[in-house]
Design a protein around this ligand. Structure first.
Ligand SMILES: [Zn+2]
Length: 159
């Protein structure tokens, strides 16, 4: 398919997605664009990226948007990403996974390119100790994320 044909198809799909989300038009457009950027980054069709439609910017602090990407070539494989705020288009995505200490769903890798996902899948999360010194392979958002259990030594503010 030509670049022009794919570009027009992407635009139409984005509009359909925006109209199908049960949210205000502006919020839906922001979310649909973030989902489309993730789909392009992963090299999959936008239909394989499902945003969490409970996201909103009304409750402060604004919580990250959760996006679920399913793999069209590996049925059953699903990756969960978070995106800080769909209002902005230059933020990194974060690949979510279980905290190696407490098991809560937290950001394990900062993702700006497909190779970032590959690096994480190749190396996996580095083991963590109870000493609270976070290895450099973890994103800054790892210990800022509010989902760690109250006993987790990596929960920010509990040190
Ligand atoms: Zn934890």
């Amino acid at each position: 398919m030509s670049i022009a044909a794919r570009a027009v198809a992407a635009h139409q799909l984005l509009q359909q997605r925006t109209e199908s989300l049960p949210l205000s038009r502006y919020t839906s457009a922001d979310i649909a664009r973030a989902a489309a950027r993730l789909a392009a980054l992963l090299g999959i069709d936008l239909t394989y990226v499902r945003p969490d439609t409970n996201w909103n910017w009304i409750n402060l602090p604004v919580l990250p948007l959760t996006l679920y990407a399913s793999d069209p070539d590996d049925l059953g494989a699903q990756y969960t990403f978070s995106y800080r705020d769909p209002l902005y288009d230059d933020e990194a995505f974060f690949l979510m996974g279980p905290c190696p200490v407490c098991g809560a769903s937290v950001p394990l890798a900062e993702v700006r390119t497909l190779a970032d996902v590959g690096a994480f899948l190749t190396k996996g999360p580095e083991p963590l100790s109870q000493t609270q010194i976070l290895p450099g392979s973890y994103p800054d958002e790892f210990d800022r994320y509010p989902t760690h259990t109250s006993k987790c030594p990596y929960r920010e503010g509990d040190c």
